[in-house]
Design a protein around this ligand. Structure first.
Ligand SMILES: [Mg+2]
Length: 190
């Protein structure tokens, strides 16, 4: 069957943490790796990483330079027989540049929803692929037939009780296992 699959941008399609760490090194001379970013509200020297990210995303040139997550293009192609669209918490003023970035790297993704963190369950979909536990928990909680795929990074788990929804959640550290998880969800619905 055709599943409606909502895909987050940052941390799932776009490697925004790699991009911001590059800028932190350039601007502040501080070198961190992704494994240092161990929670959603990670701070460095009193600065909140998401503040830095959202400041940088205000610059359309920066948006266009954000690298893609490894394996994402191939996987999105593999999933193209489903109804796949993006859902992002990026602020609305970045939408134009973000859409340009998407059409350059993921031309098949046409649908675009904006939803604040923790409200992505308001977008009609069967599956949500996201890198933050809060979004996955709210999504699976909203409907027992929904399935969440947590795209796992060091910052993905933030004590939201995601382990209480084991039957509705898959944990995937890369895109190949996301594609497999979608196939399993699809089979279970036939
Ligand atoms: Mg994200």
């Amino acid at each position: 069957m055709t599943l409606k699959i909502a895909v987050d941008i940052d941390g799932v399609l776009a490697d925004q943490v790699a991009a911001v760490l590059r800028e932190i090194e350039r601007e502040y001379g501080l070198i961190y790796s992704k494994s240092d970013v161990d929670r959603a509200h990670w701070t460095f020297e009193g600065r909140e990483v998401w503040e830095e990210i959202s400041r940088l995303l205000s610059d359309p040139e920066y948006v266009m330079q954000v690298p893609i997550i490894h394996g994402s293009q191939k996987a999105i192609k593999k999933l193209s027989h489903h109804d796949v669209f993006v859902v992002t918490a990026r602020r609305p003023h970045t939408e134009e540049a973000t859409r340009r970035w998407l059409s350059a790297h993921f031309p098949s993704l046409k649908g675009y929803y904006w939803a604040r963190t923790g409200t992505k369950h308001n977008v009609p979909s069967d599956v949500l692929i996201d890198d933050l536990d809060i979004n996955i928990v709210e999504f699976v909680k909203s409907d027992p037939d929904r399935h969440g795929i947590l795209f796992q990074h060091p910052w993905s788990l933030n004590g939201t009780g995601i382990e209480d929804y084991r039957s509705q959640v898959s944990y995937c550290p890369e895109w190949e296992s996301v594609v497999k998880a979608v196939e399993t969800i699809d089979r279970s619905r036939q």
